[in-house]
Design a protein around this ligand. Structure first.
Ligand SMILES: Nc1ncnc2c1ncn2[C@@H]1O[C@H](COP(=O)(O)OP(=O)(O)O)[C@@H](O)[C@H]1O
Ligand SMILES: [Mg+2]
Length: 134
């Protein structure tokens, strides 16, 4: 079966987070990412999926293949309708957590990606978009 170019996944359980890791890995393999780049995008996806579940109360992931000239890549859009992030600049700081994490998820995901953007509104939810080019 052909893998669809875009894929929507629900993130409601920790099993879904595992499935997200596998789906992103598979997509990276299909696009010809080397092992190091596969691991980077999978690690970033894992952190963001866990945030979607833990802080966002669950949400969705859109996986898309993107093309720019002859360059191919993966775009991941994580969305939830949770409480949102009141201070994005603070949340992005290494070591900042409101849970019991290491506070390295958002900042780590940014470092592991070529493009990173975050939109959030208190009371409405959070959307984090990353792109990793091959
Ligand atoms: N989807 C989200 N919804 C609400 N808050 C979030 C979300 N993602 C991250 N945050 C906030 O940003 C903080 C930092 O996230 P992160 O860097 O992943 O560290 P950690 O997960 O270890 O707390 C979290 O503690 C939380 O307060
Ligand atoms: Mg985190």
């Amino acid at each position: 079966m052909l893998v669809p170019l875009t894929e929507n996944r629900s993130i409601s359980t920790s099993e879904d987070v595992v499935a997200v890791r596998q789906a992103v890995r598979q997509r990276a393999v299909d696009l010809g990412f080397n092992l190091v780049d596969q691991t980077k995008i999978v690690t970033a996806a894992s952190e963001l999926a866990r945030n979607t579940l833990q802080y966002g109360g669950g949400g969705t992931l859109l996986i898309e293949e993107v093309l720019q000239g002859s360059r191919r890549g993966i775009r991941l859009v994580f969305e939830d309708n949770g409480p949102g992030i009141p201070n994005i600049e603070l949340a992005m700081k290494d070591g900042y957590t409101t849970g019991n994490g290491l506070g390295l998820g958002l900042s780590g995901a940014k470092r592991l990606s070529n493009e990173f953007s975050i939109q959030s509104r208190p009371g409405e939810g959070t959307r984090v978009t990353i792109v990793r080019w091959r």
